[in-house]
Design a protein around this ligand. Sequence first.
Ligand SMILES: [Fe+2]
Length: 271
Amino acid sequence: MPELTIRKLHPVIGAEVTGVDFREPVDHETREALSQALSEHLALVFPNQDLTPEQYLNAGAAFGPVMRQHYSQNDMPGHELIGLVLHTEGRKVAEDWHTDHTNHEKPPLATMLYGIEVPSAGGGTSICSTRAAYDALDEDERLKLCGMKSVNMLDVDRVGTRQEDEERYGKPVVHPMVRTHPVHGTRAVYFHVTKVQYIEGMSEDLSRAYMEDLLQRMVKPEITYHHKWRKGDVLIFDDRATLHRAHGDYDRSESRVLWRILVEGDKPRLI
Ligand SMILES: [Fe+2]
């Protein structure tokens, strides 16, 4: 097993990991150590990686099976398990706080991003611990949230979704709004505002208003890691206990290209 070094990047969330080379197969012990580190720190940065698409998929697979992404128009040609994140041709920056693919029965365990072209300033990615956010809520609200379930669909306001993806991923999926982490055993708030059609027992409008208000109160710098991209960074974050967003505050004459992988997770459960 290679010598892994883990250095915290923020008091609550995020760590840098060195000593792993994703160009080589990752052995069982290293996989276990990486999964534990991800569950604990919720976001891991692997700097200075130089990977082909196949090697990058090997990096994702170190955390679990890699899953298909539901907006297939963004797939990398020839590598359908890698999504291309860029903001050309009218594609919007995902600036609202969210966690990925919550309309799946088994949403991703983690999202991995790889910095291929990065702007000289701005264009970062922020990740907020919803485990810490849950802990910071008062007891009454924690109790209330633990009784709530969200009904999730593909984003209603999204343009360019392919008919085949609508058919494959269009059916509503119900999840608890607080989930227990399968590795760490802790609880975290779990929802993606624009994928939630409604919270069971609430109107669509009230559901949206409640989630927007909750986000305002939950997301704070003390529980958020901001990643400033360097070319060659691999960033992975635990979708079971975080929210993330991109920042569009960069010069659009510069290029920002990230490769995205989703690692398959389990069905969210509250225990
Ligand atoms: Fe995302």
